[in-house]
Ligand binder design. Structure first.
Ligand SMILES: Cc1ncc(COP(=O)(O)O)c(C=O)c1O
Length: 366
């Protein structure tokens, strides 16, 4: 079939999404809440983030919160919150992708956060316990951003006052993100997204033979330094089709994780023998139970651009990190790591529809 950016539904599942019963929102959210907390569904997590701000404002007489977000964060995902007029305070991370705690504590002496976002990047658990202490000490609402995580793990999703996941990033479904919290009111009513454009696109991708799919990947190449156009964030929530598909796909969560780990291991072995690039995470275990992407660290910007071009020419849809916020890109001295990562990290697809033999073949191809 050729490598695609995201997972592909089987024909059977593409059709089955139109048929059968739809679980209620609470039951559908059980893999993420364990039945312990309430859940709200969205099309994307970007809307859960905006709603977190709106909820906070409702509780605080419509004041604007001080909203702390890591510097390494794609601005597209902040658009819905920015539309509501929020000013984003970016904070710097350490080499291990955790917040730079000493710097944060110093900054909090000047002005405390009201909402603090902790991100578990690429499926790797960030230090939730430390984030909990920081939020308790500063009086902030702790939001665990698990958009890069398939489902809660020991250290992921247990610490936040609000936790959200983006199952649409992991599953072959048209949309779907879930926010969980011990007590949240019912979701504000939303339109549901039309499934037709998504289903037609998936059907075309399934029909295209491998060579055509690869030449499509080559043609669609966005330069390494280019940011994708800001897609209008679809406000609609998941409709019946997406809900059926999410419910059905999550029955395979265990094997989805295993396939993703196995594909990540292929890149790891390839990098050991191949070139200057190295895995970003030292061990496979650090990539988590279901890696979102395999992350390769290049020695410098030129090396990243070169490797990106080579992989794209082979038909492998490598990606760079999309759009840092303008404030972050404009201040490389203040946000050195976010800017360095934008310039030197490559994200490679590991999703469950990738055929391991095909991936090995592509990587070995001259
Ligand atoms: C760290 C992080 N949080 C949140 C989001 C937003 O996710 P969604 O695509 O579900 O809006 C993204 C998007 O890629 C992300 O990288």
């Amino acid at each position: 079939m050729g490598l695609t950016y995201g997972p592909q539904p089987a024909w059977r599942d593409l059709i089955a999404g139109f048929l059968g019963a739809v679980a209620d929102d609470r039951s559908l959210a059980a893999p993420w809440t364990g039945g312990r907390s309430e859940a709200r569904w969205y099309g994307r997590s970007a809307w859960a983030l905006a709603d977190t701000v709106a909820d906070w404002r409702r509780r605080h007489g419509e004041q604007m919160p001080s909203f702390w977000v890591p510097s390494y964060f794609c601005d597209n995902s902040l658009q819905p919150a920015r539309l509501a007029g929020i000013d984003v305070v970016h904070y710097e991370l350490g080499e291990d992708l955790n917040p730079d705690w000493p710097a944060l504590r110093r900054a909090a002496e000047q002005g405390r956060p009201d909402i603090f976002i902790l991100v578990h990047y690429f499926g790797h658990p960030a230090d939730g316990a430390q984030a909990r202490r920081f939020a308790d000490d500063t009086g902030a609402l702790l939001v665990e951003d698990c958009a890069h995580v398939l489902r809660p793990e020991a250290d992921i999703g247990a610490h936040g006052d609000v936790v959200f996941f983006s199952p649409h990033k992991f599953l072959p479904v048209p949309c779907g993100a879930v926010m969980t919290a011990p007590a949240i009111s019912e979701a504000p009513p939303r339109r549901t997204q039309s499934v037709t454009p998504w289903a037609v696109k998936r059907a075309v991708q399934k029909i295209l033979p491998g060579p055509l799919q690869r030449s499509r990947t080559r043609r669609q190449t966005l330069a390494f330094d280019e940011d994708p156009a800001v897609a209008p964030a679809a406000a609609g929530g998941p409709g019946a089709y997406a809900k059926r598909a999410i419910g059905a796909e999550m029955r395979n969560a265990e094997s989805i994780g295993a396939r993703r780990r196995a594909n990540a291991a292929i890149y790891r072995r390839w990098l050991e023998n191949a070139n200057d690039a190295k895995p970003f995470f030292d061990t496979s275990a650090a990539e988590g139970a279901a890696p979102y992407r395999f992350v390769a660290r290049c020695p410098d910007h030129a090396g990243a651009v070169k490797l990106y071009g080579e992989l794209r020419r082979k038909g492998l849809p490598a990606e760079s990190w999309p759009d840092l916020a303008r404030e972050v890109a404009a201040e490389p001295d203040r946000f050195p790591l976010a800017n360095r990562w934008r310039q030197t990290l490559l994200m490679l697809p590991v999703h469950q529809s990738i055929d391991a033999d095909e991936l090995e073949r592509l990587l070995r191809a001259p």
